[in-house]
Each structure stands twice: as C-alpha cells, then as structure tokens.
Write a protein that binds this ligand. Structure first.
Ligand code: NAP
Length: 490
C-alpha cells in the first residue's frame, strides 16, 4: 500500500481516546504535520471530565487500551478513572503529542473550499487554521444532559451533573438526591451512600445489571501473569473474544439473550432481599435494549437504611428538595444529575460546511449518519472517529476507535487531493445498517441514549466488532472517489 504524503496536513478535533489514537498513529508513521485542537486544558476526554466517586470503566483495561500501547498489570483488572487518565497522559508524552496539542482551543466551525480542497477551521478565539484534512474525534458522551424540572430555579441546594462533579461540595451527613439509574449512577451510589445521611435515588426506568468480575486478579492469576508475561496479551484476546461472542448475541436476541437475562435476575435476587425493592428494580423491557450495567455494588446499596429508591415521577423541585407526582416531598441538600448525555446531537455545537457550503447538521436534520460512522458524502477529506453508529455497549470502544483510525489512514493514502465517500456506497451501507438495526432489541419498547426522540438509532454499532473490523479492513477505494491535487502549504 502507498505511503501517506508527509505534506498532507491534518486537524484533529479532540484529545480523548479517539483523537490521541489518530495522533499517535500518524506519529508512528512519521507524519508530523498535524495539530490536535482540544477545548479543555488537558488531554483525556471523558476520562478527564468524569471524576465522580467510583468512576471507572467496566471493560478490563487489558482490553480497554490501545493495541500499540497495551495496559499491563498482574494485579489490577479494572483501574479507576485517574489511572485511565494517567495512561492517556503517558501515551501523550511517549508519542510526543503535546507538541501538536492546542488546548483551550474549541473548534467552532469547519468550512471546506472546493477550489483549493482545503478545510478552514475557526477556533473560539476567532483564529483561522487551514488544513487538507479534518478528523473530528469529539466523542458521543461528553455533553451532559440536564433535565429542566419545573421549579428548578427555586432549589436552594447544590446541583451538579456526574460529568461535572463538584468536589467542593462535602456530602457528609447531607441529604442527597440522585436522579437517574444508568452506569454512572450505579458506580457512584455506593460511594455517595457511605457519606450522605440519606440518599434518594430517582429511577424512571430500572437498568439491567449483570455481575462484574473482581477489580483485582486472584493469587493464581497474579502468579501466572508474573511468571508468564505473554499471558497478559492472551487475556486481552480472550476478553475480546468472550465479549464479542457472548454479548453481541444479546442485542440480537441470540443464544445468550435469555441466559444473560437469567444471570441479571439472579444477580438481583441474590443482592436485594427486600421483595418490594427488588420488584421496583426489575426491568420490564428486554435486556440489551439499553446499555447493560455491569456492577456488583449498586444493588447492595439499596439494602442500606439510608438509601431510598423512588419510582414515582418527579413533579417539581422545591427550595428544599424534590416533589414527586404522588405529592411526596423528598428533602435534598444536593441534587446529582446522573442523567446521561446529549448523545444524538453529533458534532454540536460545531458548524461543519462541506461541498457547496452544505451544512452537515442540515444534512443530518432527521438523524446523523455516516459511512462506517466515518465519512459523509459531500464532505471530502472530513472524517470522524466515534461518529454515528460506532459506539459499543458490548465490547471495548478502543477497538472500534482503532478500526476507524486504520481506515482513515488508508483514506489519507489517497491524498493529496480530495477523497470523498460515494453516495452509492453510503446508500448501500445505510440499507445494510438499517437491516442490522432492525434485528436488534433496541427498538423493543425502551427509550435510550442510543436513539433520537423519533426513534432513529444513531449511536451504537449493531453487529459484532469482528464484522466492523472486517468492513474497515477493506480498501477504501471501493467506496471513495479520489482526485489528486497538491497539499496545503503549511
Ligand atoms: P445514561 O445511561 O443515559 O442514564 C441516564 C439515567 O438518567 C437513566 O436512568 C435515565 O432514565 C435517567 N434520566 C434521564 N433524564 C431523566 C429525567 N428527565 N428524569 C428522570 N430520569 C432521567 O447515562 P450514564 O449513566 O451517565 O451513562 C451513559 C453511558 O456512559 C453509559 O451507558 C455507558 O455507555 C457510559 N458509561 C460507561 C461506564 C463504564 O464503566 N464503561 C461508566 C459510566 C458511563 P431513563 O432510562 O428512563 O431514560
């Protein structure tokens, strides 16, 4: 395969797992002509922003790490948020990426000029920057969703979102309301419950929860990992294969669908003795319809005297708490919104204009879509990491990121000039994608961050990750058209 022209300039937007992967891979190929624009003051993406107590990843780090920079530990299977952030900082240093990093630089717009085949991006300070290629790696789970309950302005206590944890607020001895029962709430509840006087958990829909392996390896595994280091990559491969083989069929009501639901019900039965609480925590929609929570400490928190599950809908906030629709007042000094993210609004609030000044958000008015989640017809030399329909609830998102970066690099080999996905390729991909989505449980009577209000599934990948790998290993020239031109002089 041909090399990437070292004169091609690349703007990477975002310095989370996706942007850093793109940058490190360019660096590994000897390409220096790239800049990473990051709106915050440090790398890390969601692992920088989410600092709530108990924050971590429910995918073991041996798998939740880059294949070219593998996490190794003979003791810890699930490192915490700070360790994952430290890992990303180490990658940044090791690949000398800070030199390419512009922090405090939010990209507000990206405009394509057809005559020159250049992208002009404008940052928040009003400066213009010209590149041949733009790779957006802004992620899907980074814009907090704040529900605006009636009377919100009257509440006298402290309010914050899980992704913007206020460490200045001491929860010791306070009445805390946690709104939401997804993965973030599940991780933080046991920690908050240990400090607070009372915790009221406002549940709109119960999550399916399955057991999680222990955070640390047992003695025998530690010994084996120490003695035979090659077992660690083998563990990574085994974890990957297990997730792909066991969890992918869950989203398609395949052979592991019922056993996984049984395992979740058993987990609940074993962990929550109170019949009423247990009934209230039991989901009434198919497992996999929403992101499954993988956790061992969430359910036991409901056995504590100071934790109360509230299943009545929230009517309004009062100066001193939350009133539910049955008229009950739940006192709260602090409200924690574990209410998730504005996931279906891709690339917001950035403005992206492609060929003929076409606005990407107008093109996505019904729902966001992209070929392999990576490219959109009419937007040459514009690529996405973690674009539409690429996120996973059933395996490591880092694997998906690496597939996308690999594919984008192959597209860059077709430069200098203009590389654009063909409309026919998008049409046939869309048709395959819609069929694959129609076979999943995501449309089966639940709302989730996977889809828009009108029901378009825009976020998750509907098949195995092996399938995605196969699709992103294909030569892009079968789906993209390329016109050769000279690169931008930088
Ligand atoms: P989430 O899964 O979207 O959960 C949001 C919760 O807030 C849901 O229970 C939702 O209820 C509730 N909610 C939203 N709006 C509400 C409203 N107006 N009134 C009452 N309740 C409301 O968000 P998350 O827990 O932050 O997790 C988001 C994703 O981040 C996860 O699914 C996962 O992919 C990722 N994550 C991963 C890990 C990990 O360990 N890998 C950890 C944390 C997060 P409904 O269900 O009724 O909408």
């Amino acid at each position: 395969m041909s090399k990437i022209n070292s004169g091609v300039s690349v703007a990477i937007i975002g310095a989370g797992f996706g942007g850093l992967c793109m940058a490190a891979e360019l660096k590994r190929m000897g390409i220096e002509s790239f800049v990473i624009f990051e709106k915050a003051d440090e790398v890390g993406g969601i692992w920088r922003d989410n600092t709530y107590p108990g924050c971590g990843c429910d995918v073991p780090s041996h798998l939740y790490s880059y294949s070219f920079e593998r996490y190794r530990s003979a003791t810890v299977r699930y490192p915490g948020q700070q360790d994952i952030l430290d890992y990303l900082r180490r990658v940044t240093e090791k690949y000398d990426l800070r030199r390419h990093l512009k922090t405090g630089a939010e990209v507000v717009s990206a405009d394509y000029d057809e005559m020159s085949a250049h992208w002009t991006i404008v940052t928040g300070d009003g400066l213009e920057h010209v590149f041949d290629v733009v790779v957006s790696a802004v992620g899907q789970l980074h814009r907090p969703k704040f529900p605006k309950f009636a009377g919100w302005e009257n509440f006298h206590g402290e309010v914050f979102h899980t992704a913007e944890w206020d460490h200045g607020v001491d929860l010791t001895g306070r009445d805390v309301a946690v709104v939401g029962t997804g993965s973030s709430a599940a991780q933080l509840l046991p920690h908050v419950a240990e400090r607070a006087r009372r915790v009221s958990v406002f549940q709109r829909t119960p999550s399916w929860v399955i057991p999680k392996p222990k955070a640390e390896f047992g003695r025998v595994t530690r010994w084996a990992f120490d003695r035979f280091p090659a077992l660690q990559p083998a563990y990574r491969a085994a974890t990957y294969l297990a997730a792909d083989t066991l969890l992918t069929p869950v989203i398609r009501r395949g052979w592991t669908f019922q056993p996984t639901a049984w395992a979740a019900r058993r987990h609940l039965r074993r962990q929550v003795p109170d019949r009423v609480v247990r009934a209230n925590l039991t989901p009434d929609y198919p497992i996999g319809c929403k992101r499954i929570v993988i956790d061992n400490s969430y359910y036991p928190a409901f056995n504590r005297e100071n934790v109360h599950l509230v299943t009545e809908g929230i009517a309004r906030l009062t100066p001193s708490g939350i009133k539910t629709e049955d008229g009950t007042h739940h006192p709260a000094d602090v409200i924690v919104y574990a209410t998730g993210f504005r996931t279906t609004e891709f690339l917001v609030p950035m403005t992206v204009r492609g060929r003929g000044g076409k606005n990407l958000h107008e093109q996505w008015a019904t729902a966001a879509e992209a070929y392999l989640g990576i490219a959109v017809p009419g937007f040459p030399n514009f690529f996405m990491v973690h674009g539409p329909n690429t996120i996973l609830g059933h395996n490591s998102n880092i694997f998906m990121i690496e597939c996308q970066v690999h594919y984008i690099l192959n597209c860059l080999r077709m430069l200098p000039g203009e590389v654009e996905v063909r409309t026919e390729a998008m049409d046939s991909y869309r048709s395959w994608l819609n069929t694959a989505i129609s076979r999943t449980v995501w449309q089966a009577g639940c709302d989730s961050w996977y889809k828009t209000e009108s029901g378009h599934v825009t976020n998750p990948w509907p098949a195995s990750t092996r399938k995605y790998r196969k699709m992103t290993r294909r030569d892009p020239s079968s789906a993209f058209s390329a016109t050769r031109r000279q690169p931008v002089a930088t």
